[in-house]
Design a protein around this ligand. Structure first.
Ligand code: BUJ
Length: 610
């Protein structure tokens, strides 16, 4: 598949877009100051950096201008990856309830995941196609239309037909991979020759070969027999569960890892790092949606290895989800994996409840042993204390709104995503009395080695609209309010398209700064502007996905006083799952969000506000 390259936007355009995004956040005099700095940057050091970035990009035709710097930024962060970076996505339950037994589900999901791995290895996975309008874009006419376009522009053709092939290069890190902590900057490690699965249970580590030397998967009942063996092993939690170390500050963890290696644990550590993936068999039942989110986002620490590219987590009641390390890849790649694994495991389950596994004997499971000296033991204890404190501060709450969903909003000729984003803007305005910096993640996987771009959902239009709904509530008729909503929707759709086409401003400005820093130049004044820092202090960090295999998903806030908002707009309702370190503020935000959506519904129905 020939992909277009991610464009480096014109500097003029990035500065113009940046200033437009700053407008709703700044007062007049601050805005003028920032404008001055932006102008000086554009005509001075920025111009030079931009020229150098273009030159560099031309020399690196095999990739995109953002790939290296973006990965580097992830790997250089010293913050713990759990809560700060790793997101989660949970599967819906298997529609046949008896298949939700922990053992049956673990076997079926594992087999389907390995089938995905084998399709990747034999290169028979079709390129990921992102369909916005499936009826049209899956049609023969569409495929004919694409075939007439030269390959270099076919992606644009696909974009306008609302379907496009996605870059699949991230999949090299999906299996057999792990983030390895190092002083200053972590590394990604992969060993595609390894054939074993890592299973965690009560903080203990087990491995067994799940592929034979030529890559064939074990018989599903053999896999199940191994899992039975593991489930029947120790009921007690490991005395020093090493998984806690992966919740640490990265430099701290890097130092302890060195000690672990020096204490004679190389082989066991290597087996963890190189395992195909990590299967976490938890030993409790999930009580409700909030508990499920906590379990998948951070768990209790002891039964996780957060550095693995992904972990498949399954609880006693058969709730299942994926927690993934973010540096190697983005939501789109993981979502495709989740969709295929869910479909395969429910349509073609490898084992049935009450199958024949119990009669097979399992002798090939190895329980990993570790030599832990006093210093490593105390590092685990400290990591555990810090992690426990942090996880107790985290609140996650799901929210559902049932009065309308995608179909209704489309019928009103507006964008469902824009309406949800606007509801967040109005809710935040009600709560904070101002517009706050907002980040919406947008995939640029339509381009070779594309990652993400930011949609800046806080705009002059949403500010005007929020003021009308909150501050000047009684001044507007339903018709006038509708017009305001429409203008937000139109502009948001435009920003969304720009971002998907690699025409945002965030990644470009980020890459210019990265270039200056990597040359050892002083950080240009433009970036030292408090307004630049402020727009990047995202109180609302948002991301959406659309899938019929996903039940819940989420990620932590990116600032201590912010919200992490994962949402999905379904045909007839919409829902979100919000994380925060401030429970009371979160409750207030949820009430405000509901209030905003109710207001929009009244306006759509032609009723004036109460
Ligand atoms: O933007 C980026 O570069 C990556 C972002 C970073 N951040 C999370 C900070 C925005 N990463 C992603 O967007 C990946 C997120 C993957 C999980 C998304 C979950 C959303 C699903 C929620 C479904 C909620 C349904 C609730 C029903 C009650």
């Amino acid at each position: 598949m020939d992909f277009s390259r991610l464009p480096v936007p014109e500097l003029e355009d990035s500065i113009r877009r940046y200033m437009a995004a700053q407008k709703p956040l700044l007062g007049d005099s601050e805005y003028r100051k920032t404008e001055k700095l932006a102008k000086a940057f554009k005509n001075g050091i920025g111009k030079e950096l931009h020229k150098n970035l273009i030159e560099l990009d031309k020399k690196n035709f095999h990739t995109s201008y953002i790939t290296g710097p973006w990965l580097d930024t992830y790997l250089s962060s010293r913050d713990p990856i759990v809560l700060n970076f790793n997101p989660f996505i949970t599967f819906k339950r298997d529609p046949q309830e008896s298949y939700n037994d922990q053992l049956v589900r673990a076997t079926n999901l594992t087999v389907s995941a390995i089938k995905f791995l084998n399709s990747l290895r034999s290169r028979i996975l079709e390129p990921d196609i992102y369909y916005v309008n499936p009826q049209w874009s899956k049609s023969k006419a569409f495929k004919r239309f694409l075939s007439f376009l030269p390959t270099s522009v076919s992606w644009y053709g696909a974009y306008f037909a609302e379907a496009y092939p996605l870059d699949m290069s991230q999949y090299v890190h999906l299996f057999n991979s792990c983030r390895v902590p190092k002083q200053g900057k972590d590394e990604l490690f992969s060993d595609h020759g390894a054939r074993h699965l890592l299973v965690m249970r009560n903080g203990h580590f087990y491995v067994f070969d799940i592929l034979d030397p030529i890559g064939n998967i074990l018989h599903p009942y053999e896999i199940q027999a191994h899992l039975i063996n593991i489930l029947q092993d120790e009921e007690t939690v490991a005395e020093y569960p090493l998984g806690y170390l992966t919740t640490e500050n990265r430099n701290t963890w890097a130092a302890v890892r060195e000690q672990l290696l020096q204490a004679g644990n190389e082989e066991s550590v290597y087996k963890i790092d190189s395992a195909i993936f990590c299967l976490c068999l938890d030993s409790f039942r999930v009580e409700n949606s909030s508990h499920l989110s906590h379990c998948m986002l951070h768990g209790y620490g002891y039964n996780r290895w957060f550095d693995k590219s992904f972990s498949l987590i399954i609880t006693v009641d058969g709730s299942a989800g994926i927690n993934f390390e973010h540096s190697w890849g983005d939501g789109v790649a993981v979502l495709r994996f989740v969709n295929e694994v869910y479909a395969d495991s429910t349509k073609h389950p490898a084992v049935v409840p009450r199958g024949t596994a119990a009669t097979l004997c399992s002798t090939n499971v190895e329980k990993l042993q570790f030599h832990l000296n006093a210093s490593i033991q105390s590092a685990v204890t400290v990591a555990r204390q810090k992690f426990d404190k942090q996880r107790h501060k985290m609140t996650v709450k799901p929210f559902e709104f049932r009065k309308f969903g995608k179909q209704y909003v489309i019928q009103e000729r507006m964008s469902p995503d824009a309406i949800f984003q606007l509801a967040c803007q109005v809710a935040a305005y009600r709560q904070f009395g101002k517009i706050v910096p907002t980040y919406e993640s947008c995939s640029t996987a339509g381009f070779k080695h594309g990652r993400t771009e930011t949609i800046r959902s806080a705009t002059v239009y949403t500010k005007r609209c929020a003021q009308a709904f909150i501050r000047d509530r009684k001044k507007y008729s339903a018709q006038e309010l509708r017009k305001l909503i429409e203008s937000c929707s139109k502009y948001h759709k435009f920003l969304q398209m720009e971002a998907a086409l690699g025409q945002g401003f965030d990644r470009h400005l980020f890459a210019l700064r990265y270039l200056a820093e990597s040359r050892g130049d002083p950080v240009p004044e433009f970036y030292r502007d408090p307004a630049y820092q402020y727009i990047n202090y995202n109180i609302l960090s948002t991301s959406t996905l659309s899938s019929s295999s996903v039940f819940l998903g989420g990620f932590g806030p990116v600032v201590p006083d912010g919200f992490g908002i994962g949402y999905n707009i379904y045909d007839y309702w919409l829902g979100c799952n919000i994380t925060s370190y401030m429970e009371r503020d979160l409750d207030e935000f949820l009430l405000d969000l509901e209030g905003s959506l109710n207001d929009f519904f009244d306006v759509f129905q032609g009723r004036s506000l109460k």
